[in-house]
Design a protein around this ligand. Structure first.
Ligand SMILES: Nc1nc2c(ncn2[C@@H]2O[C@H](COP(=O)(O)OP(=O)(O)OP(=O)(O)O)[C@@H](O)[C@H]2O)c(=O)[nH]1
Ligand SMILES: [Mg+2]
Length: 219
């Protein structure tokens, strides 16, 4: 009985996710679901992308956090369209939360929507929010074993961002171990190494966003 109810809920979630995708398509918006641990640099990467995309494409953000509007305040101060969702005890954004948020974002004014999911490598992976692609983010500070321990994200994502590479000399992060673990899970997924401190890799990250937009970067 419990299993049947759970399956029905998931089916309903998928239906709303598909509806979100239709809405986004109707407005010509590409959506990316950014998934990474707390503090891995999700908001920092969004800030970097926004600066780099200036004059090329307009970006909006849905921010998911258990509490506070800190990230939204940060993004709005740059002039970005940003809307905060607080999940309370919830460990992920649901398609319905995103559905509600979409009505608060001027979709005709943006080309790319980044959904910063709640900091978590587990639950957010299971939900289709209506995104065009999931982006898996890990940072050097978390250790090189994350693909091995949290394989689902690395199977579902279309790209992996390895952030905070400026910290490699100060940690025991081993690039070879990281890539060995990742390739065992997903042999072909592209990886972009970035540092929001030095700016390294940011152009590549933004090029990936453009290339994987529904209009292939022709905004
Ligand atoms: N050294 C270094 N620090 C970084 C880098 N990227 C982000 N940070 C720092 O890491 C901390 C967390 O960054 P955020 O961008 O807030 O991370 P987040 O994933 O959005 O965090 P939550 O929203 O709380 O889950 C901040 O102090 C950033 O300045 C990086 O590439 N290198
Ligand atoms: Mg954040």
């Amino acid at each position: 009985m419990k299993v049947a109810i759970k399956k029905n809920i998931l089916r309903e979630e998928d239906r709303i996710g598909a509806l979100n995708r239709e809405t986004l398509r109707a407005h010509g918006v590409t959506a990316f679901n950014l998934i990474g641990s707390p503090g891995s640099g999700k908001t920092s990467l969004i800030e970097m992308a926004y600066r780099e995309l200036a004059g090329k494409a307009a970006m909006g953000v849905i921010e998911g956090d258990l509490a506070s509007d800190k990230d939204t305040v940060r993004l709005k101060s740059l002039g970005m369209e940003a809307l905060q969702i607080n999940t309370g005890r919830g460990c992920h954004l649901s398609p319905l939360m995103v559905r509600d948020a979409l009505s608060g974002i001027p979709l005709d004014a943006i080309d790319i929507l980044i959904i910063e999911n709640v900091g978590n490598l587990v639950c957010p992976v299971s939900f289709d929010l209506g995104e065009d692609a999931k982006i898996g983010l890990v940072s050097v500070a978390e250790g090189d074993d994350k693909p091995t321990k949290y394989p689902l994200l690395f199977l579902e994502a279309e790209v992996v961002i390895l952030n905070k590479i400026d910290l490699i000399p100060h940690t025991d992060f081993n690039r070879d171990s990281f890539y060995l673990g990742l390739r065992a899970i997903n042999p072909t997924i592209p990886v972009i190494e970035t540092s929001c401190r030095t700016g390294e890799g940011v152009v590549k990250w933004v090029e990936w966003l453009m290339k994987n937009s529904i209009n292939r970067g022709e905004f």
